[in-house]
Design a protein around this ligand. Structure first.
Ligand SMILES: *Cc1c(COP(=O)(O)O)cnc(C)c1O
Length: 366
């Protein structure tokens, strides 16, 4: 997408996306979700991995319900999956309503005002309602929930309520008291509203156990191979493999420095490998002097700051390294969690930052 490529062209960097692993991760969610349906969260271009390939892979596993954040993402997904249920988390701002209807998208209504506007937009349109149980981000706050509960018959009479949902703040931490608190608030909301399908769990919630499953779960990160909880091990298979090639090798004397700001100084005569990947590709600049690459299965530390297009590794201790060798920055050896920790961020940001400059390669396409 976006970049013209030719088969014969030397490819300095690549992102391999294992669609088979996405399918396996979806089946793992099904296994853990029990009787609950498993929707696929494919916002932000399928967490940066390519929404068309991701969504078709999930649909091939029987997934018929998807969540996106933006209206525009919903419109794109509708062209890929003409018949799927597509929920739009951003909701139904007045200006979005005609397009939501035209593309058969189901808004996740976030306020009484949106419920009212959507009710007036057509006769018996489908909708989800988002109840805020403690994120304090999107969804009906407690005062609006109380009004909706008291006046549900009137306020919901012109809506087909397809889903009541909420979102957990601390699902990555099974010991957090927030989980039980939000669970009880969600149950109270369900009891106060007309009966409808219910959904609370994202990837982290799927691992919290049967109390959190309700009728539908909404994993994202786990499908893409991320570990949704702080504890190990990760039950999900590696999906994204990021690698790049060595463009140049050099020997430097003890005392020489590397890169902008000269922040790395060789403590011994060293061999440096300059690799074709930089922060413009989405490799986080924060991993300068902290992160690593893997060459022929051996770990090499990053020396100095990342540049826009390049990163330098200290390969002094790895014999036989040559120009053109492939270096893994994310994949089977360096996990999303490990790269995210080196960059002081979350696996979500690592995936969604991978830029369109990196050619995507899809394995196991149907
Ligand atoms: C992003 C998102 C999800 C998916 O979360 P993961 O942690 O990636 O599984 C589910 N529900 C809502 C409301 C979201 O915003």
């Amino acid at each position: 997408m976006g970049i013209v490529r030719h088969m014969s062209q030397f490819e300095p960097a690549r992102l391999t996306v294992r669609l088979g692993a996405i399918g396996a991760n979806y089946r793992e969610c099904i296994r853990r979700a029990g009787a609950a349906a498993v929707a696929g969260v494919v916002k932000a271009d399928g967490y940066g991995l390519g929404v068309a390939q991701v969504a078709k892979t999930l649909a091939g596993q029987g997934c018929d319900t998807f969540f996106v954040a933006r209206l525009a993402e919903g419109i794109t997904l509708r062209t890929i999956l003409p018949r799927a249920r597509i929920f739009v988390l951003d909701g139904a701002p007045q200006a979005a309503i005609p397009a939501l209807i035209a593309h058969n998208l189901t808004p996740v209504l976030n306020s009484l005002a949106e419920i009212e506007a959507w009710s007036k937009a057509g006769a018996g349109l489908d909708a989800a309602i988002h109840i805020d149980t403690g994120m304090n981000r999107l969804g009906l706050p407690p005062d609006e929930l109380a009004i909706l509960a008291a006046e549900a018959r009137g306020r919901l009479k012109n809506i087909q309520l397809k889903l009541l949902m909420s979102h957990l703040a601390c699902a990555d931490d099974s010991s957090s008291p927030m989980n039980a608190l939000q669970l009880s608030r969600f149950k109270a909301a369900l009891a106060a509203l007309p009966p409808a399908s219910a959904s609370l769990a994202s990837s982290g919630g799927v691992l919290l156990g049967p109390d959190y499953m309700f009728d539908m779960v909404r994993p994202g990160l786990g499908l893409y191979g991320g570990n949704p909880r702080n504890e190990k091990p990760n039950p999900f298979a590696v999906v994204a493999v990021l690698s790049a090639r060595i463009l140049q090798l050099r020997r430097v004397d003890k005392g020489e420095t590397v890169g902008y700001g000269a922040t790395f100084q060789a403590q011994r005569p060293s061999t440096l490998a300059t690799v074709a990947l930089g922060y413009a590709d989405g490799l986080m600049r924060a991993i300068g002097n902290r992160g690593k690459g893997v060459i022929k299965g051996v770990v090499a530390p990053i020396a100095g700051r990342l540049s826009m297009d390049l990163v330098t590794l200290d390969v002094t201790d790895i014999p036989g390294v040559t120009v053109g060798d492939e270096v893994e920055f994310l994949g089977d050896t360096i996990s999303l969690d490990e790269l995210a920790a080196a960059a002081n961020t979350a696996p979500y940001e690592i995936l969604t930052s991978l830029s369109q400059r990196i050619p995507r390669h899809y394995e196991d396409a149907a």
